[in-house]
Design a protein around this ligand. Structure first.
Ligand code: PLP
Length: 505
């Protein structure tokens, strides 16, 4: 009974820990201290500066110890994205034209994939190792792909979208047998599984502070002593002359402080995994046809599960969960100009439709059984149609007749930069997504309100809120204006952008 009452209260449950994590109190305290006391430039030569240099030195030692590296092998960066970009580009440049091939996996993070695509545009050969249905790379294929033109093998330790863990140690052995170095993006693995660069025997690795309860804007690149590395930001002598720019000391200290808790987080993996299993087990009772995109064995991160909810638009479910206080991510991260599902789900042979029905849940270290039960209860009510419904319009359904109907009121909640890329639906009323509630008083309650956004992920959040505030007929445009343009090219050509008005808050 008490539990039933508790479920009626809105609870905040953060299930997007692979996107980022809450900064820990210890990290906040440490960064605060450094910001207040250690403003000296670590490169200068007086006490205040030397104290800063000491913090830099200590931080390097802590980060190194966390991944079993030597302090001389650690280079601080502004993010893992920077580390990934730089090591791949500088290695490629160094070996070109004698060698021109990089081998990677199709599941890498955008910061690797986009860098590889950039290099492909410059004439490099980029080859992707085939993966099985759960995303594990085929080692025989890797071995066969390495040839004398190969510069690097690039293989992430754990994937951010599905949680699949790669056997990087074996990949490194295969590559080293053919004298090819290995780079591993260890961002998602750190704090969830042991990351020991010596045991993995890798040459390069990257980590990011904000995935382990540290600050955003701090990362590190590991370069095994003796391996090639060249200057990646030119200027001063910082980071051994390789990454110039006055060090962001508070961020670096925050990264190091976060690293101190890595073993504590590893100790929580079993508890997190058992809650994840409970979640999946109970979810299967609520919706027996769910499909698990993540491996269901030890080759998956304990905290991550990516799930297809057949017949459920993921944006709609996410908006509902958001309304009830839960943060999750879509399995198909659309970009602002196309509705292509994420490259990771595509590589797993998941159809576009299934990708649009996929949601990633990434549990955090503080997750409780009650929180999971609460999430399950909201999903149960959603699946059973017990929550107030909002309408979903397929792009084709938003026809000329509907758009120009006197009873229709279209609200465009896009960001300003998205508006520059694609014109709006005719007769739309533009409002700001960031302060959407301020505009509600200008939207007629009795009309058919249609919320539109760029790719269909923001509109349902506003639609859901409106529905619960008494707007009778509220719907959102699935796949957004991008999908509408694709489905109705003639309508877009003739009318898009006409009679669009800005609503005042
Ligand atoms: N690599 C992986 C696997 C990630 O999940 C992320 C962040 O989402 C990154 C790299 C990029 O990290 P950062 O945000 O520090 O640039």
């Amino acid at each position: 009974m008490l539990i039933k009452q508790l479920f009626k209260i809105r609870h905040n449950v953060y299930l997007d820990n692979n996107a980022t994590t809450q900064v820990s109190s210890a990290v906040v305290r440490k960064m605060n201290r450094v910001l207040r006391r250690n403003f000296g430039n670590p490169s200068s030569l007086y006490k205040a500066a030397i104290n800063s240099a000491i913090i830099l030195d200590e931080s390097r030692a802590i980060v190194a110890k966390t991944i079993q590296a030597d302090p001389s092998e650690i280079y601080f960066t502004g993010s893992a994205t920077e580390a990934n970009n730089n090591i791949i580009k500088t290695l490629a440049e160094h070996h070109y034209p004698a060698k021109n091939k990089i081998i990677s996996t199709p599941l890498e993070h955008a910061s690797v994939i986009s860098t590889l695509e950039y290099l492909a545009g410059k004439g490099f050969v980029i080859e992707y190792i085939p993966v099985d249905i759960k995303g594990r790379i085929n080692m025989d294929a890797l071995s066969a792909m390495i040839d004398p033109s190969t510069i690097l093998v690039c293989c992430m330790l754990a994937n951010n979208e599905t949680g699949v863990i790669q056997d990087v140690k074996l990949a490194a052995k295969i590559a080293h047998d053919k004298q090819v170095p290995v780079f591993s993006d260890c961002v998602q693995a750190l704090g969830k599984i042991p990351v020991n660069v010596k045991d993995l025997d890798i040459d390069y690795a990257s980590i990011s502070a904000h995935k382990i309860h540290g600050p955003k804007g701090a990362g590190a690149l590991y370069v095994k002593n003796g391996n090639f590395i060249s200057s990646f930001i030119h200027g001063g002598h910082q980071e051994n002359g390789l990454r110039a720019g006055t060090e962001s000391l508070h961020n670096i200290a925050g990264l190091a402080e976060a690293c101190k808790s890595v073993s504590h987080y590893l100790g929580k993996a079993k508890k997190i995994e058992s809650l994840k299993k409970y979640f999946i087990r109970e979810l299967k009772k609520i919706k027996p046809d769910i499909i698990i995109n993540s491996p269901e064995d030890s080759t998956c991160l304990s905290n991550t599960v990516n799930i297809v909810f057949p017949g459920v638009n993921n944006a709609y479910l996410m908006a509902t969960l958001d309304y009830f206080g839960m943060a999750v991510s879509a399995g198909s991260a659309c970009n602002t100009q196309s509705n292509e599902p994420s490259h990771v789900l595509k590589a797993l042979f998941i159809s576009d439709q299934q990708a649009r029905e996929s949601i990633r849940f990434s549990l955090g270290t503080g997750i409780s059984r009650f929180q999971i039960s609460y999430v399950l209860e909201v999903i149960r009510q959603f699946v059973n149609g017990e929550l107030p419904p909002i309408g979903m319009l397929e792009p084709k359904m938003l026809s000329k007749e509907m758009i120009f109907d006197n009873n229709t009121f279209i609200v465009d909640v896009r960001f300003w930069h998205d508006r520059l890329l694609i014109k709006s639906i005719p007769n739309a009323h533009e409002i700001s997504f960031f302060s959407y509630k301020k505009y509600f008083k200008h939207i007629p309650k009795e009309k058919n309100v249609i919320l539109v956004c760029q790719t269909g992920f923001n509109a349902p959040i506003v639609a859901y809120e409106m529905k619960l505030r008494g707007f009778k007929n509220v719907s959102f445009l699935m796949l957004g204006i991008v999908g509408w343009k694709q489905a109705n090219p003639a309508l877009y050509e003739s009318y898009a952008g006409t009679n669009v008005q800005k609503l005042q808050a």
